[in-house]
Ligand binder design. Structure first.
Ligand code: OAD
Length: 250
C-alpha cells in the first residue's frame, strides 16, 4: 500500500487500535526478543528462559537474563516510532495502544491509553504471593528474596504458558473488535493470544496496516495492507502524510 493510501485511512478513522511488538523498540537499542539471545545467551532459546518451568529449574539463570534486559531498558529512550504513536493518539477521537513490549517506552514517550499485555520488566513481584515489590537489592543472592515471605522475586512479565494480566486480553479484544483501523507494528505475530488481535479486527471489518521491516511471516490477504520499513521511519512519515499541515508539537 502507498503511504498516501494509508494516510487516507488514518485521517478518517475514529477508533484506532495499535498492536506493537519488539520491533518498535529495536531503534531504541533494545534487541528484539528473538535477537536478544546473542553473546552469553546464544545457546538458549526463549522457551528455555521465559517460562515458569525454566524459573523453577534455574531461577538464577532466568533472573540474570532479565537483569541484563532490565539494564538495557533502563538506558533506552523512546524513538520516533513511539513519538509518532503519541501524535496519532492526540489526533484521533479514540485510540488504544496494545503492546507486547515490557519496556515501558510507550508511556515514557507520552502515550496515555496503553494496555501492557505482557507486563513490565521494570517491575518485580514475589513468585509466591504475587505482590509487587518496589525495592530490591541486586546482590550475591539471585534472585533476591521477597521481604515479606522470602519467596524468590521474579520480573513482573508474562511468561510462555502464563495468563495475561487480568482484564488485559478482554480490553485488547474489545479495542480490536470496535476499531475502524488497526495498526500492527514491529511484531512477528507468533505469540498468541496477542497475535490473534489483528485477525479479530479484520474479522470485524477494520482494515489492518502491518508495519514491519519484512512481510515474511506476516498476515496477508484482502483488507490487510503492508508498509515495509522501520517503525521509526514509517510511523512519522504516516503522521506527516495524514496531517500534512498540522505540525503542533511534532
Ligand atoms: P519478535 O522479536 O518476535 O519480532 C520482532 C518483529 O519486529 C519482527 O517481525 C521483525 O521483522 C520486526 N522488526 C525488527 N526491527 C524493526 C523495526 N525497526 N521496525 C519495524 N519492525 C521491526 O517480537 P514480538 O513480536 O514482540 O512474549 O514478540 C512477541 C512476544 O514473543 C514477546 O512479547 C515475547 C516473545 O516471546 C513473551 O515473553 C510472552
Amino acid at each position: 500500500m502507498t503511504m498516501d493510501a494509508a494516510a487516507d485511512l488514518l485521517q478518517v478513522a475514529n477508533r484506532v487500535a495499535v498492536l506493537t511488538g519488539a520491533g518498535i523498540s529495536a531503534e531504541s537499542g533494545i534487541p528484539t526478543f528473538r535477537d536478544a539471545l546473542s553473546g552469553l545467551w546464544a545457546s538458549y532459546d526463549p522457551e528455555e528462559l521465559a517460562t515458569p518451568a525454566a524459573f523453577r529449574r534455574n531461577p538464577q539463570l532466568v533472573w540474570d537474563w532479565y537483569a541484563e534486559r532490565r539494564a538495557k531498558v533502563a538506558e533506552a529512550r523512546p524513538n520516533q516510532g513511539h513519538f509518532a504513536l503519541v501524535e496519532i493518539e492526540r489526533r484521533v477521537p479514540e485510540f488504544t495502544l496494545l503492546t507486547q513490549n515490557v519496556d515501558g517506552l510507550h508511556r515514557e514517550a507520552g502515550s496515555r491509553h496503553v494496555v501492557e499485555l505482557h507486563g513490565n520488566i521494570r517491575r518485580v513481584r514475589c513468585s509466591d504471593e504475587g505482590i509487587v515489590v518496589e525495592r530490591w537489592v541486586e546482590g550475591e543472592e539471585r534472585p533476591p528474596r521477597c521481604p515479606r515471605c522470602s519467596g524468590f522475586l521474579r520480573p513482573d512479565v508474562v511468561w510462555f504458558g502464563e495468563d495475561l494480566p487480568e482484564g488485559a486480553l478482554e480490553a485488547a479484544g474489545r479495542s480490536a473488535e470496535e476499531c475502524d483501523l488497526f495498526l500492527s507494528v514491529g511484531t512477528s505475530n507468533l505469540v498468541v493470544p496477542a497475535a490473534s488481535l489483528p485477525w479479530q479486527a479484520h474479522r470485524h471489518g477494520a482494515p489492518v496496516i502491518v508495519i514491519n521491516t519484512t512481510v515474511e511471516g506476516q498476515h496477508s490477504g484482502p483488507g490487510i495492507h503492508h508498509l515495509v520499513g522501520k517503525a521509526g521511519e514509517v510511523l512519522p512519515a504516516l503522521v506527516r502524510a495524514a496531517w500534512p499541515t498540522d505540525r503542533t508539537a511534532w
